[in-house]
Design a protein around this ligand. Structure first.
Ligand code: ADP
Length: 399
């Protein structure tokens, strides 16, 4: 309802002269004025029209003002309808008026002061308009909330379907990688072995160039074997079940350090790690692999004379969030545009002859293991200053 829409005012009195006088008093308000000569006629109007205010004489023959008010307020449709009694008797302390406590009820005594009547009617008319407006806005809001909820639900359903599809196709891709890499190994072994035989049996008959080419074949087939092995390893990660065993990360750390000892000693790397790390749930071999991969990269991609690696748990604990572990180094750093790319399979940022080479699978494996444990891994780095890899484990893997 627009703000200035007129409201209906029903004036009820058995004396036409009085009705006329009310009309004169109220006509200046610009509302719709409806006249009724009796309680019954008033009810007929009420049934047909939306009435904002009923102005009525308390004492009328047949159906008096109080009886009519009783009927009006019993009906839910008229709950917003205000009633103004016109009475020759002083009604303020009357028990009768208290009976209408639920509806907007007022009275005006005779002789009527026109300004007072106009003011009372005007207040009730505005109240009615505002209540209606509020109800309409509420309904609109409810409608919008309902629409939004429905939208969200359908987006949610789509997302769930997409997720299921993604999981399925990821699984298929893993299966494919597993089968392909498995089957590719045999012919590759053949190429490698036959190249060797050729060198051994016919080495003296081959010139230097042919020998070098054969050596390249052997080298490339070895590299390809390494790639296939890592692909096979990668596709096996989430086949490992269950991962709900308690694992002491202090033990994991010791195992990892033992494996890395030759590298640590050779490069004289300072390793910093708290004496005790938390216990988590997971697969200890896989978690050891995460630490080994991150630490060996920390040592490998480091050009400083005094290299260090720090392993630990972040001090800042966000309530309800799992602990955040980190592996930090003072190495070469990673440019921000590669922060996501380094986790892609076979993605390397350096030529094969730099930083000891590699096949670009280490971080992809780390990511898959962490995700297999319900967690996340991410990197923060400053080129030239060092890199920190952070990771969490899922809530179910946090003890
Ligand atoms: P690889 O070490 O075999 O290349 P990774 O998947 O372990 O494979 O790493 C991918 C790339 O990310 C590396 O080639 C390297 O450029 C970069 N990288 C990984 N760890 C670090 C690190 N701690 N500091 C700097 N660069 C890193």
């Amino acid at each position: 309802m627009p703000e200035y829409e007129k409201v209906n005012i029903l004036m009820v009195d058995d004396q036409p002269a009085k009705l006329l006088s009310y009309e004169v008093i109220l006509s200046g308000l610009g509302e719709n004025l409806i006249k009724a000569n009796s309680g019954r006629e008033a009810l007929e109007h009420l049934l047909k029209t939306d009435i904002a205010i009923v102005l009525m004489d308390v004492s009328m023959p047949e159906l008096d003002g109080f009886e009519l008010a009783e009927i009006i307020h019993q009906h839910p449709r008229y709950q917003q309808t205000a009633i103004i009694f016109i009475s020759a008797v002083y009604l303020t302390d009357s028990d009768q008026i208290k009976g209408y406590a639920h509806g907007a009820v007022d009275y005006i005594s005779v002789p009527i002061i026109p300004e007072l009547l106009r003011a009372k009617v005007s207040v009730f008319a505005d109240l009615y308009r505002k209540t209606r407006q509020l109800a309409r806005l509420n309904a609109e809001l409810e409608q919008r909330v309902a629409e939004r909820t429905a939208d969200l639900q359908s987006v949610n359903e789509e997302l769930t379907a997409l997720n299921t599809e993604l999981t399925r196709s990821n699984r298929e891709l893993d299966d494919f990688a597993y089968i392909a890499s498995h089957d590719l190994r045999e012919p590759l072994r053949g190429i490698h072995n036959y190249s060797h035989f050729l060198m051994e049996d016919y080495g003296d008959k081959l010139d230097a160039e042919a020998t070098e080419q054969l050596q390249t074949i052997v080298r490339l087939s070895q590299r390809m074997e390494a790639l296939i092995d890592s692909l096979l390893h990668y596709s096996r990660i989430d086949r490992v079940e269950p991962i709900a065993v308690e694992v002491n990360l202090t033990d994991v750390m010791q195992d990892a350090m033992e494996m890395l000892k030759p590298r640590i000693d050779a490069d004289n790397v300072q390793v910093r790690c708290p004496p005790v790390l938390p216990t988590v749930r997971g697969n200890s071999a896989q978690l050891t692999e995460v630490i080994v991969n991150l630490c060996s990269n920390a040592i490998k991609y480091n050009d400083k004379a005094e290299k260090w690696v720090e392993i630990g748990v972040c001090d800042v604990v966000v309530p309800g969030e799992p602990p955040v572990f980190f592996v930090r180094d003072n190495g070469i750093g990673i440019a921000p545009e590669y922060n996501d790319k380094i986790f892609e399979i076979f993605r390397r940022l350096h030529p094969q002859d730099k930083f000891g080479g590699g096949i670009g699978v280490g971080l992809t494996v780390v990511k898959k293991i962490i995700e297999h444990h319900g967690g996340k891994v991410w990197v923060e780095s400053v080129v030239g200053n060092g890199t920190t890899f952070y990771f969490t484990l899922g809530e179910e893997n946090t003890v």
